[in-house]
Design a protein around this ligand. Sequence first.
Ligand code: DOR
Length: 446
Amino acid sequence: MASPSRFADLIIRQGTVITPGGPVLADVVCSDGLIVALDSRGWQAKDTMEAQGLHVLPGVIDSQVHFREPGLTHKETLEAGTRGALLGGVTAVFEMPNTHPLTLWQDDLQDKLDRAAGRAWCDYAFYMGGAAANATHLADLETLPGCAGIKVFMGSSFGDLLVDEDDVLRRILSHGHRRVAIHAEDEARLMERRALVEASADVRDHPRWRDEESALLATRKILRLAEEAGRRLHLLHVSTAAEMALLARHKRSVSVEVTPHHLTLTAPECYERLGSLAQMNPPVRDRHHQAALWQAVRDGVVDVLGSDHAPHTLEEKARPYPNSPSGMTGVQTLLPMMLDHVNAGRLSLMRLVDLTSAGPARLFGLPGRGRIAVGQSAALTLVDMNARRRIENRWIASVSGWTPYDGVTVQGWPVATVLRGQLVMRDDDVIGPPLGSPVRFDETRR
Ligand code: DOR
């Protein structure tokens, strides 16, 4: 006698499912927000999606975005930023603290959580800024629900968050346990060299001003201070060959992020073509550095990809360099650009999934996320590896309304996003209402 059917919320049929053991042709059965089976025999569902010809990936996690709320909502909002995330196949984001006000205290974090509730389309957590004012409170602040960890800017970039004194860095590193996320550029050297770009007013000099040595000095220093404090680090948007060589020797205590921008754009071509639209910190550099970043991706030195989605309006970007602000949008294009790199043979799809799902889940301690397996959260990203699509500004959800990849054709496209077992994006449309909620971290996270 056949056993009676069980009821699920969603069955995704016959996609190529990227499991920890490799790709398998399977059905993904989702019920009560979880993956409950990888075989749909004996199941019926409210909703079914045919996924023949598609790849089903664990939901993409973008561990570095700036969504500008509160204070800078003319550039971006939590609503638009998270909508862009879903359209780009991203199911969770970690948002940065250089907003107005800065995210330094429990009230600032709570304000962001309140703003996100009911408006965020994907899941979210917020970084707390590490600063002189809150350094001795960070052990408590970093474990608050909804906190992704502590972020320190060693060089000034955008906003008022800056820690350029060794004493303060030491205090930050000695209060708390989780990995500290670092923007490593040496402030003293940046100040010393600023005159160079004041004089030239040429955006092609951006990587000469904020040169390899500026990044290396800061990275070397923070490695030394963290070693003294016995603290682990997460080095954000690493951009130079020398840093990668150094970081490869410190992998026991340091994790490494690269951005799709640094893997895709190259100097000087990007500045000639895009002007200050290509301006970000640390800068996009030449082929020599880019080749080292790719090598580090292939060697496994890189743990995660973060988009460093950092929107500014086109009017702001049009100010004469160096008064134009640094930063580009990226949350929505992270996956299309990287799928195109997969299709071009620069990395495998399995490696990409490790960088965008399993890697962040492992590093930041996200129980139930980052891989497709029975019992895991049903956060999924469905992609068509054969689709050829032109990226256009009008597809971009960001309030700022632009991408450096406007007009670029890619092969590989996110066609659906699933959050807690619900289809929340399909064929370039989000499906409401917004279901985003705070990311839960492992209580024993370190
Ligand atoms: O280019 C950048 N823009 N780099 C950063 O570190 C900050 C970001 C921003 O917030 O605009």
